[in-house]
Design a protein around this ligand. Structure first.
Ligand SMILES: O=c1ccn([C@H]2C[C@H](O)[C@@H](CO)O2)c(=O)[nH]1
Ligand SMILES: [Zn+2]
Length: 134
């Protein structure tokens, strides 16, 4: 993946963030998940008055894609910030890392962006070494 692809994936994550439903935490997250053939699945966090039914942006994107038959993922871009505040890097939570481990190889790319110009890139191996699998 080149930097033009990364720019587009980050842009899609910011678009996804606009749909975030987070009235309780006010923390707005967007994700954009890329498949091998270039299709992008967006996801946002979706909270709930009962709290525990809430879902992260990353898993929203994964579950949308998997439920439509996709399992061939190459990269995900993630953005997040408190409503009204500047963005900072938003690393995926442990549960989302485990979901990535279910469907992705060690070199799956995880892009964390705080704005359109500043991002950091990790592999799944870096963010979840010694992964549990069956
Ligand atoms: O990587 C993360 C971390 C948190 N959240 C969501 C869950 C909750 O709605 C809010 C605050 O934790 O942010 C995500 O979507 N992804
Ligand atoms: Zn998560």
């Amino acid at each position: 993946m080149d930097d033009r692809d990364r720019t587009e994936l980050v842009r899609q994550a910011f678009l996804a963030q606009q749909q975030a439903y987070a009235p309780y935490s006010e923390f707005l997250v967007g994700a954009a998940l890329l498949t091998e053939d270039g299709k992008i699945y967006q996801g946002c966090n979706i909270e709930n008055a009962a709290y525990s039914p809430g879902n992260c942006a990353e898993r929203t994107a994964f579950f949308k894609a998997v439920s439509e038959g996709r399992r061939d993922f190459t990269a995900i871009a993630i953005v997040g910030n408190k409503r009204g505040e500047a963005g900072d890097y938003c690393p995926p939570c442990g549960v989302c890392r485990q979901v990535m481990a279910e469907f992705c190889k060690a070199d799956f790319e995880i892009l964390l962006a705080k704005d359109m110009e500043n991002w950091k890139s990790y592999t799944l191996e870096q963010l979840l070494p010694e992964r549990f699998t069956l």
